[in-house]
Design a protein around this ligand. Structure first.
Ligand SMILES: Nc1ncnc2c1ncn2[C@@H]1O[C@H](COP(=O)(O)OP(=O)(O)OP(=O)(O)O)[C@@H](O)[C@H]1O
Ligand SMILES: [Mg+2]
Length: 343
């Protein structure tokens, strides 16, 4: 693979940009799963047998915000993407301009960011002459995901492609996604104010690799009202605390539904009381409670995140729930930025 990469490097250096990331043969795949050219400088390693933890900043990123939950399907990716756009819409006084925000999808086995961003058919991202991966941009937001690196089938789709890797290879791929993406605008402009990291469910290798190797400035924990989700929230918070990641707050998603014919919230998955009590007992701020909104789901499937859709026509269609969703998300972005900035 390395030999292949050196040949490739020579050609693409002349072209200015390098492509074909996922060209790896089996040899060395374990060390370099994304098939990137070798780059100067040591790659941070997970310490073996309790050695000191070396946390590093992500290159060209000011603040890192993880969006996580111990449980699957609670809306982490939906919240991560919409929160990223809400942050990007902010114009904090301290910056005097709109925020520069990106999204990193660390869900290696089930990446959702390509679909949520309308990028599932995008070409493989190019490499810079220095061998770093350039993010893929849509709706003005730079993104990176394992989903862009999978080989396409003959029909041009990646939907059937599956990553079949063991733990160590996953860990290496995560390291490459963390440290080998060039988040600067076009590879040489300004970097990001905030990188939102969408995590897979659980408290496994990916979460640990992130928490142990990277300076993470905050974590938003997503839950749904059911007891089974709250138990996973506790586990998620406990894991982040073990690796000294500050918990910015928790958000209750799919909290209630407002049907088209009334204005009463219907708590279809149970009352939010247990969620609020859990947050209080863990001393974690509640960032917001988001309702179930049909267009949030439809926007995700259609690759246009809800926070981007025109408010007037959408509000008519979504009744009270849609307006609440937007307001809560916007407020959440303000509070999250305040917490990150104050660090
Ligand atoms: N508030 C909401 N209103 C309506 N639909 C929602 C809401 N939140 C999430 N969904 C829908 O629920 C489904 C699961 O959401 P999502 O993929 O964001 O969850 P996840 O926690 O990231 O899942 P995974 O654990 O598989 O990564 C999606 O179809 C999404 O559109
Ligand atoms: Mg997800």
């Amino acid at each position: 693979m390395l030999a292949a990469n050196f040949v490739q490097q020579g050609t693409c250096r002349r072209l200015g940009l390098c492509t074909r990331l996922f060209s790896s043969t089996l040899r060395n795949k374990h060390e370099n799963p994304l098939g990137l050219p070798r780059r100067p400088g040591p790659v941070p390693q997970i310490p073996r047998k309790g050695g000191p933890i070396q946390k590093r900043p992500i290159p060209h990123v000011n603040k890192v915000l993880a969006v996580a939950s111990g449980k699957g399907g609670v809306g982490k990716s939906t919240v991560a993407v919409n929160l990223a756009f809400s942050l990007a819409m902010l114009k904090p006084k301290s910056l005097g301009r709109r925020m520069r925000v990106g999204i990193l999808d660390l869900d290696i086995f089930g990446p959702s960011v390509p679909m949520l961003m309308g990028l599932q058919h995008t070409d493989e991202p190019p490499l810079t002459p220095g061998g770093a991966i350039l993010p893929v941009i849509n709706h003005g937001l730079p993104t990176m995901s394992m989903g862009y690196l999978l080989p396409k089938s003959e029909s041009g789709s990646r939907e059937d492609a599956a990553v079949v890797w063991r733990g160590l290879t996953v860990q290496k791929a995560v390291q490459q996604l963390l440290f080998d993406v060039d988040w600067r605008d076009a590879g040489n402009g300004p970097g990001l104010d905030v990188l939102v990291v969408d995590l897979p469910p659980g408290t496994g290798d990916v979460q640990l690799t992130l928490g142990q190797l990277v300076v993470v400035d905050g974590a938003v924990i997503v839950s749904t009202p059911q007891d089974v989700a709250l138990a996973d929230v506790r586990r998620g918070i406990s894991m982040f605390r073990k690796v000294s990641v500050p918990i910015t707050g928790t958000v209750l998603n799919q909290s209630y539904f407002v049907c088209p014919s009334c204005v009463t919230p219907h708590y279809v998955f149970g009352s939010p009381t247990a969620f609020r009590a859990t947050a209080t007992s863990l001393n974690v701020p509640v960032l917001g409670e988001l309702p179930l909104v049909k267009s949030v789901s439809r926007g995700g499937d259609g690759g246009v995140p809800y926070m981007l859709t025109a408010s007037k026509e959408q509000a008519d269609e979504d009744n009270a729930g849609g307006a609440v969703w937007r307001n809560v998300m916007q407020e959440m972005a303000e509070n999250v930025w305040q917490a990150l900035e104050g660090k």
